[in-house]
Design a protein around this ligand. Structure first.
Ligand SMILES: *Cc1c(COP(=O)(O)O)cnc(C)c1O
Length: 408
């Protein structure tokens, strides 16, 4: 097999032309700052699409999460329950405010926060007032179960829908389940502004506060007057032009990504692997990234340090490291599963609550064959496949062949 001449990406921006028109409009009308029609329109279109009353356009999804944490009134020393298998931008804003992320283990059905582990976390730390919930790779988690637990303990839910824009749970859009929600228009997401994000909420006071904080907290006065700490977090009208141009193509991207997922699923049906799972009766993911997980019995030996990985080849078996290295050899980009937060050196001292462990220490660390630490297990056996919506069927078939060759 020959390598791909043109690199096959994990997920890269897909432009359609309208973006340039809106950028040009901003330029020609000289609305080249953080005010303008593109921002207004992008906010209106998103709040309509998601079904949230207010959308505040910001410089990034991380900025949206930071303002959400502030709105939830997280104070120094407060514990906040967070998804564990996610990108670190989900949890860093808790620390910006001096909060302490407590990581909640993952379940196998959707690869998201385990509601059973969450319930346990509330028994251990009942005073906790905020939960940050991510929808990994565009798949909604067990949202109702989680909302129920949070309601029981009176905790606010912040939904991180950065990866799941356009995905639905029981017919409702993700990014609408928290009292404060974040989405992202980063370059690798399902649609992009090149960068940018939004805070979504039904609460008008919260929306107004976020708007004010994001523009340096200027008070209504003839001079620069400040009563509160401010941030430079507002979205640029140029970026908003890109977002505005992309929005009509969200559903198209989802259809393309779903076709990729289905084609992988079919292509791998005789291999000892499964695709990243979801509950077909309840949710419709946006299929942002297609992933696979190798059956335990088909794993060859693999060891990972903090920066390197090593494996021993074995006939009929493989591991994420072998598959990723082989894909790279052929000029295709995969990625390991997001390394769980509780395994990150920066967060290794934070509490991590699993379904079965005691929730206090690290005595429940991952032991091979023992599914006590679900996040570590999925990290060990899973990987993200090339999921670019511009990948042709022929290219994808070749990716499938490459993966198959690893199990020979
Ligand atoms: C991308 C991402 C973010 C951050 O969004 P930015 O716009 O890049 O700041 C937050 N959470 C998750 C889960 C993400 O994937």
């Amino acid at each position: 097999m020959k390598a791909f001449e043109k690199k096959v990406y994990l997920s890269s921006p897909t432009m359609h032309g309208d973006e340039l028109r809106y950028i040009k409009e901003a330029y020609e009308s000289n609305w080249m700052s953080t005010v303008g029609k593109n921002i207004d329109e992008a906010e209106r279109l998103i709040s309509e699409k998601i079904g949230c009353k207010y959308a505040v356009a910001l410089s990034s999804g991380t900025a949206a999460l930071h303002l959400a944490i502030k709105l939830a009134q997280v104070r120094p020393g407060d514990r906040v329950f967070c998804s564990d298998m996610t990108f670190d931008a989900t949890v860093n804003p808790v620390v910006y405010e001096g909060g302490v992320p407590v990581f909640i283990d993952t379940e196998y059905d959707t690869w998201n926060m385990d509601p059973v582990a969450l319930e346990k976390a509330f028994q251990l730390y009942p005073e906790t007032k905020a939960v940050v919930l991510a929808n990994l790779y565009g798949t909604p988690g067990k949202i109702d179960d989680i909302l129920q637990v949070c309601q029981k303990y009176g905790a606010a839910v912040i939904e991180d829908a950065a990866e799941s824009l356009g995905a639905t749970y029981k017919g409702r859009q993700t990014g609408s389940f928290g009292i404060f929600n974040a989405i992202s228009f980063n370059g690798n997401k399902i649609i992009t502004g090149s960068s940018g994000g939004m805070l979504l909420t039904d609460n008008i006071e919260a929306a107004n506060k976020a708007r004010k904080w994001s523009t340096q907290s200027r008070e209504n006065a003839p001079w620069y007057q400040h009563e509160e700490l401010g941030y430079n977090y507002r979205m640029s009208n140029v970026i908003a032009g890109v977002v505005r141009g992309q929005l009509p193509y969200l559903e198209k991207h989802i259809t393309q990504k779903k076709a990729i997922y289905e084609r992988y699923k079919e292509g791998f049906k005789n291999l000892p692997v499964c695709m990243n799972p979801y509950d077909e009766n309840i949710s419709e993911p946006n299929f942002w990234l297609s992933c696979l997980i190798i059956n335990e019995t088909a794993m060859c030996r693999q060891v990972r340090s903090d920066s390197e990985a090593c494996y021993i080849q074995e006939p009929g078996k493989s591991c994420p490291t072998e598959i990723l290295e082989t894909l790279a050899k052929y000029n295709a980009e995969g990625r390991p599963i997001w390394k769980p937060m509780h395994m990150q050196p920066i967060y290794r001292m934070n509490p991590f609550v699993t379904r079965e462990g005691d929730g206090r220490g690290r005595t429940n660390a991952y032991i091979e064959g023992n599914r006590v630490d679900v996040g570590a297990d999925i990290f060990n056996r899973g990987l993200c496949l090339p999921s670019d919506n511009k990948m042709t069927e022929k290219e994808q078939d070749k990716v499938i062949e490459i993966v198959k060759s690893c199990f020979e």
